[in-house]
Write a protein that binds this ligand. Sequence first.
Ligand code: PMP
Length: 383
Amino acid sequence: RTKLGLAKSSPVSNKSPGHDDLNSPFISQSGVGVGIESTISNTPLVLIKSLSEHTGCTILGKCEFLNGAGNSPKDRVALSIINKAEAEGLLTPHSGDTIYEGTVGSTGISLATLARARGYKAHILMPSDQATEKSDLLVKLGAIVERVTPAPIVDQMHFVNRARNLAKDHTANPQKPGRGLFADQFETDANWRAHYEGTAPEIHEQTDGKIDAFVAGAGTGGTISGCAKYFKEKLGANVQVVLADPQGSGLYNKVKHGVMFHGLEREGTRRRQQVDTVVEGIGLTRSTRNFEIGSDHIDDAIKITDGQARKMARWLCEKDGIFVGSSSSVNCYAAVKTALQLGPGHTVVTILCDSGMRHLSKFWKQVGDVDGEEDMTFEDLMK
Ligand code: PMP
C-alpha cells in the first residue's frame, strides 16, 4: 500500500476501479480525486481583460486546456467514449483491447492518456500536416501512431476510414489480443453529449445563465452542438450561438447559405492539407453527425483568416499572458467580432481549447516571438 492507502498495482477486473474499490481514507473527504480522470471537467471560466476593456463587453474564456489528462476539451469526449464502451461491454481493461481513432491530435492524446490509465492500447491515425509535437507526444504516451497523407473522406486512406477499418480488422483477427474499438468521435453521440452534460451546464452555472453569445469553432462539431443545444433549451433566443470558422473550411457557407461549399479542391482530388489553413483542430470540408445535431441552433458564422488568428495569438500573449493555440485564437477573434456587433454591456463566452505549447513548430512559428516587437494596438488587431 502506498502512503495514500491505495493498492500498489491496479486490480485486474473487467470494471475500472472506482471509489469503492480503492478504500482510501482521503477520497471524498479532502478533495482527493481518483486517478487522472478526476482532473477532467470543472474548468475555470476567466475574464479576458484586454478584450473586455476594448469592446466594453464581458468576454469570457472557458479554460479547457486545464483538463488534466490530455489538456484539451477532448478529455471530456475521450472519457465519455471510454465510459460508454465499458458500460456496453465493448472494452475490458487489461484484456489487450485497443482503441483506434482518426484525429488531428487532441482526441488522440486524450484517448492515449486515458487508455494508459484504464489498461488499453491506443492506435492513432493522424493527417501528416499536423504539428509534430502532437505525434511525438502520442509516441511517448505509448500509442501506435500513423501519420497519413491528407485525403478526401471518400478515400479509404482518409485517416478516419483507416482507423475504422483497422478496428474492424483487429476484432476479426483471432491472432490479435482483445478487440478493436473505433472511437468514432465525428459520429458518436458520446461526443456532443459530453459538452451538453458537462461544458455547457458548467458555463451556465459559472455565469448564472447571463450569456448573450456563445462562440466556438467546429472540428467534429461536438463542442458547438452540445453547447448550442443546451443553451437554446435553457435560454432560448436570448443567447446567440456563433460558429468561428477558419479559412479553407466549408462550415461557414453551410451556416450562412445551407451548402457545404468551401471553394477549395473538390472531393476525389488529392489535397496537400486537410483544410487549407495553418489552424489546427477546427474547420471541416464535410458535415458530421456531431455538427448536424446542433446546426439548427447556430445563428451565425464568422470566417477568420490565418492572419487574424496569428494576430490574436500574439495579442493574448502580449496583453494578457494567455498563451494559446490556433483554434483558441480563432475563437477569440470571432468572440471580439461578436461583441462589437452586439455592443457594450453584453457577455460573450468562448472556448480556450489548448495551449500554444501544442503549436510551437507550426502555428506559433508563424506568429513569431512576442517579445521585442512593437506594441499592437486594438486597431491593428482588428484591421
Ligand atoms: N480545438 C482543438 C485544438 C481541437 O483539437 C478540436 C477538435 N478537433 C477543437 C478545437 C474542436 O472541437 P470539436 O471537435 O468539439 O468541434
